[in-house]
Design a protein around this ligand. Structure first.
Ligand SMILES: *[C@@H]1O[C@H](CO)[C@@H](O)[C@H](O)[C@H]1NC(C)=O
Ligand SMILES: *[C@@H]1O[C@H](CO)[C@@H](O)[C@H](O)[C@H]1NC(C)=O
Ligand SMILES: *[C@@H]1O[C@H](CO)[C@@H](O)[C@H](O)[C@H]1NC(C)=O
Length: 481
């Protein structure tokens, strides 16, 4: 088996994170990873992507649902919240002590009639609790004081029971007893551990076992999600009926799909949105056919200089400028606060919050972070999801790929190139869609096998920037429309 390591990942992450003044470096990590892994040698095994055999010891987790109930709710949450929340660890490998942390918010009303939704953030290394739950789709967001929570108007638990997993080990509160394992994360083990997590989680929450199940997420989860879905479908064929997972659909936002087309889309997006010069664009197109080349790396660095301090995740959004004056009230711009990840960071590091979440009982020797800095290498990552997409499509899985159209990193242009390269037949051509208003929410194309939708005015974390439109899209997807 061929391994390769991304020793420079961390350095790049830090540089990108700082230079953009951002808290969520989900996309910067992705760019760093992409830049590093585009070498040609690796693509040979793409057609044979297969998770490792399950290790049996992963299947025995004796945790109890009642022990995971967050009694009295989360510290600082608003009053009058009636839905139940659970959080805790599921052991996915007993030998090494790999433990994955989850947070589960039941549907706000009538949870027993609602589907189950697993949300995954990307990175690799970013937290679905800190990003997905706390700044995108969870029931609560964190206020600027870093201590109290507000109710999110378009929380997705109005439609589904929402499960957030911090994955892989080394992310957030998820840990391994053997810290060397943080260097051994990769796509295959992530899919395997997540599958083991689900099997064990369903044992702990048996009344969810037969529920319609959806996997949703964004960014690098553009790989995690198809890989997990593929694993579930394969395992379901071998599994005894009691461990079949009722996977109905996957929904992926601004997710990576295929290196070459995604990358070309990145360069073309920057140029067509007036962020880089003609000459730089021409150079990128010319030299980054060989992304490991010196010329390409130099040009990629040059992008930073030409673009300057903007938010690559949402090119028209304000960036978080941290001020030492805590008394100064941060402004919410168009409904979103660019500094929100900072409040989440403070909140999730409060001892009383960790206690309420049943997190960090083993005294993890580093702080909770939005995107992990203990994961500094990544062992395996295919260069394309196309072979998996083809399998998923032929399995009849319901697939929605959506794209916020002001994200430069995994841009709508790249996603369109990628979907076009899949060569699917168009069933319903490009047309505008809207929520209940007359205003266009975005555009949609139905292909034979998947649906593609854009969300107007949304950046990389779509529900963060366009919560109402993202909610409407998810709601209609779950309703099978
Ligand atoms: C992992 O470490 C914790 C704390 O030291 C311990 O309680 C637990 O039993 C260990 N688990 C495994 C599988 O070694
Ligand atoms: C902080 O506040 C003080 C007084 O209100 C002001 O003089 C100072 O310039 C502020 N500093 C920053 C970095 O905003
Ligand atoms: C875990 O708790 C210890 C203190 O008990 C703290 O120093 C550390 O930052 C925490 N780690 C995480 C990941 O929350």
């Amino acid at each position: 088996m061929q391994y390769y390591y991304l020793f420079i990942l961390l350095v790049l992450v830090l540089l990108h994170g700082l230079s953009h003044g951002l808290g969520i470096d989900q996309a910067s990590r992705l760019r760093a990873l992409r830049g590093k892994r585009l070498g040609g040698e690796r693509s040979s095994d793409d057609g044979r992507w297969e998770v490792l055999d399950m290790e049996d010891e992963g299947f025995f987790d004796s945790g109890k649902m009642e022990d995971d109930l967050i009694e009295g709710g989360l510290p600082g949450q608003p009053s009058g919240v009636l839905f139940k929340q659970y959080a805790g660890y599921v052991t996915v490998n007993e030998l090494k002590g790999r433990n994955l942390f989850y947070y589960f918010a039941e549907a706000a009303e009538d949870p027993s009639s609602k589907p189950l939704l697993l949300w995954l953030n990307g990175g690799p290394g970013c937290s679905s609790l800190g990003v997905g739950a706390m700044v995108e789709i969870g029931p609560f967001g964190v206020k600027p004081d870093g201590k109290t929570l507000y109710l999110r108007p378009y929380a997705w638990n109005k439609v589904a029971n929402t499960l957030f997993l911090e994955s892989p080990v080394g992310v957030g509160f998820s840990y391994s007893n053997d810290s060397f394992e943080y260097n051994e994360n990769g796509d295959k083990r992530t899919a395997q551990d997540t599958y083991t997590f689900l099997i064990n989680w369903f044992r702990r929450f048996p009344h969810y076992k037969n529920r319609d199940f959806y996997i949703m997420g964004e960014s690098y989860a553009g790989f995690y999600i198809p890989e997990l879905a593929d694993t579930i479908i394969k395992r379901n064929m071998k599994a005894v009926s009691s461990s079949i997972i009722h996977l109905k659909g996957i929904m992926i936002g601004n997710g990576i799909m295929n290196d070459l087309t995604d990358n070309r889309g990145y360069y073309d997006y920057l140029w067509t949105h007036a962020l880089i010069s003609d000459i730089t664009h021409r150079g990128l197109v010319e030299y980054c056919k060989f992304p490991d080349s010196y010329e390409c790396k130099k040009l990629e660095d040059h992008i930073e200089l030409e673009v300057g301090l903007i938010d690559f995740y949402n090119i028209y959004a304000p960036v978080c400028i941290r001020s030492s004056n805590s008394s100064r009230k941060p402004r919410r711009h168009g409904g979103f606060d660019p500094c929100e990840a900072d409040y989440v960071l403070r909140y999730l590091n409060l001892p009383q919050v960790q206690e309420a979440l049943h997190a960090n009982r083993t005294k993890i020797p580093y702080a909770w972070e939005v995107c992990s800095s203990v994961i500094t290498s990544w062992t395996d990552s295919p260069s394309t999801m196309f072979p998996i997409y083809k399998r998923l499509i032929s399995s009849g899985l319901h697939i929605l790929i959506y794209s916020g159209d002001v994200d430069a990193v995994v841009s709508v242009v790249g996603t369109r190139y990628s979907i076009n390269a899949l060569g699917l037949k168009v069933i319903k051509p490009w047309h505008p869609w809207s929520e209940n208003t007359k205003v266009v929410g975005g555009y949609r194309v139905v292909y034979d096998g998947l649906t593609f939708a854009t969300i107007r005015g949304a950046g990389h974390e779509v529900p963060r920037f366009q919560p109402r439109r993202a909610f409407a899209l998810m709601e209609s997807f779950v309703a099978g429309k």
